[in-house]
Design a protein around this ligand. Structure first.
Ligand code: ARG
Length: 283
């Protein structure tokens, strides 16, 4: 009998999470605001709904709480709930979208937060919520370069009282931070990440190496399926099934990857994490 790998012996603890999702009832690609979107190519809403359901079911199966916001006709990107805002300690910082096509989503998500007990802080600055803001331990990593403004980083620091670290994205395919960086451990002083080094400018890449010396570095062959666009509960990591290299690295580190096929939603430039907004209530 062979002995299990040390990382598997160490084990990892899953934390129960609370998510907000939006059923892709009106999903299509009607405009192009990122390089993944080709409005001339066909999309299939029923396929999107089926794939989205596998994600929903995976979360419920893992014991997480999933809440739903009603989809709105004419807002095909509303399925990418991560962009709807950023919540922490019972406060919701609202999204202010870059592109006019998505701007009505900001107030729609804002209303949901207000109706569900969050203290809503209306953003003055342009930002796309958890697409560009990721909580790692006590620190918020914040992307900029394509969508979210640096001014919003300062505003978010003020609203949350947390340290906000600005990271500059340089590759238009990885236009949101959550397409280039995954949070592996939601809490804890030794919280870790995975990232695509070439998606960041030199200063940001150096900062990530300094803060997370044990980070998993992911290559383009996985990132091009939006493999990094994933959700971890500290043990189980829901990822794109085509990101096989990332899947292997996660296993080596003692995580349990759960691969899903969200290919239809990839046509809009989103994956697992894009479809998921974390709800963090009062401490
Ligand atoms: N079509 C959407 C956009 O370009 C996709 C958003 C993906 N969301 C994310 N959190 N990365 O805005």
């Amino acid at each position: 009998m062979s002995l299990p790998a040390p990382s598997a012996v160490a084990g990892r603890t899953a934390l129960r999470r609370r998510f907000l999702m939006c059923r892709p009832e009106h999903f299509t690609v009607a405009y192009r605001i990122n390089p993944w979107m080709n409005p001339e190519d066909p999309t299939d809403t029923s396929v999107a709904l089926g794939q989205w359901q596998t994600l929903y079911d995976a979360y419920v199966g893992l014991g997480h709480d999933v809440e739903l916001i009603d989809p709105i006709a004419g807002l095909p990107d509303m399925v990418y709930a991560a962009n709807g805002g950023f919540t922490l300690d019972g406060v919701a910082y609202t999204a202010r979208f870059t592109h006019p096509e998505r701007q009505p989503e900001g107030p729609a998500y804002g209303a949901w937060f207000a109706e569900h007990g969050f203290r809503v802080h209306e953003a003055r600055e342009v930002n796309e919520g958890e697409g560009d803001f990721l909580l790692v331990g006590d620190v918020i990593l914040a992307g900029t370069g394509f969508r979210t403004s640096v001014e919003s980083h300062a505003e978010l620091a003020q609203v949350t009282g947390r340290e906000v670290v600005t990271l500059r994205l340089v590759d238009p395919r990885f236009y949101h931070l959550d397409t280039a960086l995954a949070v592996l451990d939601p809490t804890g002083a030794d919280a870790n990440i995975a990232f695509l080094p070439e998606a960041f400018d030199d200063v940001s890449r150096a900062e990530l190496h300094r803060r997370y010396p044990d980070a998993i570095e992911v290559g383009l062959e996985d990132a091009r399926w939006l493999g990094l666009n994933s959700i971890s509960d500290g043990r189980n990591v829901v990822i794109a099934s085509r990101a096989v290299g990332f899947e292997a690295s996660l296993k080596e580190r003692g995580y349990t990857p759960i691969g899903l096929d969200l290919a239809e939603l990839l046509l809009g430039g989103g994956g697992v994490k894009c479809c998921t907004l974390e709800l963090r209530g009062d401490r």
